[in-house]
Design a protein. Structure first.
Length: 250
C-alpha cells in the first residue's frame, strides 16, 4: 500500500488528488493552512494543519510521517497561492515575496524533507504542481509565473540528483482549473484589464484546443499515472494538463 503525502490537500486540486489516491487504495496524508478545511477532510485521509512554507512545521510533519508510517512513497508538493494580479510597474515587493514563499519555498521544503525519507528506501516519486504559467508566462501575474517556472527548474534538478537513488520527479502543469481559485483569478484579471469576468473566462477557454477549462479530476488522473509503475521511466518532465493551451493572453 503506497504512502502518499499531498500538501495543500484539504481543498481544491489537492483534495481531489488525495481522494483519487485514497480511492486507489493508498494511505493518504494531507496538510493545509486552512483549519476549517482540515476539519472537513473525509474520513480515511489523515489531515494536519501545516504551512508548507514554514520549515519548522514541515520538519515536524516529516518527522511524524517517519514515526507513524516509517517512510513515504509518493510526495505531491501541491501548495500554492495565486499571488497578486498587477502590472509589473505596480507590483509590491512584499506581495512578490509572499507568492514565491508559498509556491517555491514550499516546493523546495517538501522536496528537501521528502528526499530524506525516500533516499534510504532507494525509491519514491515526487510530483510537483506547477502551471501552464510556468511554461508560457501570463500577463499581470509575474510573481506566480516566476514561482511556477522555478518549480519546474527545481523539479528537473531534483530528478537529476535523486534519479540514481531510484526516485523520480515530475511536474504537472494544469491549465485553468474549474473551481473557486480560478474564479478569483478571473475576477482580479478582469479588474486589471477593464474586462468582464465572463469575457476573461471565455478567453481562457477559447485559448485551448479543447475549448474548455480543465477539471481537478484531470490533474488527479495525471498524478495517479505519474505515481504508477506505468510511469517508471518518466522523470524530469513538465507535463501540461490543459487541453493544449495556445493563447495565453485572453
Amino acid at each position: 500500500m503506497k504512502r502518499v503525502l499531498v500538501t495543500a490537500g484539504a481543498n481544491g486540486i489537492g483534495l481531489v488528488m488525495a481522494q483519487a489516491f485514497a480511492g486507489a487504495g493508498c494511505r493518504v496524508w494531507v496538510t493545509d493552512v486552512d483549519a476549517a478545511a482540515v476539519e472537513r477532510v473525509p474520513a480515511g485521509i489523515r489531515a494536519t494543519l501545516c504551512d508548507a512554507g514554514d520549515e519548522g512545521a514541515m520538519a515536524r510533519l516529516f518527522s511524524a510521517i517517519a514515526a507513524d508510517w516509517g517512510g513515504l512513497d509518493v510526495l505531491c508538493a501541491n501548495a500554492g497561492i495565486k499571488g497578486p494580479t498587477a502590472a509589473i510597474e505596480d507590483m509590491p515587493l512584499e506581495d512578490w515575496h509572499q507568492c514565491l514563499g508559498v509556491n517555491l519555498d514550499g516546493a523546495m521544503l517538501a522536496a528537501k524533507y521528502g528526499a530524506r525519507l525516500m533516499k534510504p528506501a532507494g525509491a519514491g516519486v515526487m510530483i510537483f504542481t506547477s502551471s501552464t504559467s510556468g511554461l508560457y508566462g501570463t500577463p499581470f501575474r509575474a510573481p506566480y509565473v516566476a514561482a511556477k517556472w522555478g518549480v519546474i527548474g527545481l523539479m528537473k534538478t531534483v530528478a537529476m540528483e535523486l534519479g540514481p537513488h531510484g526516485i523520480r520527479a515530475n511536474a504537472i502543469c494544469p491549465g485553468s482549473v474549474n473551481g473557486p481559485r480560478i474564479d478569483r483569478v478571473i475576477e482580479a484579471e478582469a479588474a486589471a484589464k477593464g474586462m468582464t469576468p465572463d469575457a476573461v473566462r471565455q478567453g481562457y477557454a477559447s485559448g485551448t484546443a479543447m475549448k474548455r477549462l480543465t477539471d481537478a479530476g484531470d490533474v488527479a488522473a495525471m498524478a495517479l499515472f505519474l505515481a504508477s509503475d506505468g510511469a517508471k521511466m518518466v522523470s524530469g518532465q513538465a507535463l501540461a494538463v490543459d487541453g493544449m493551451t495556445y493563447n495565453v493572453d485572453p
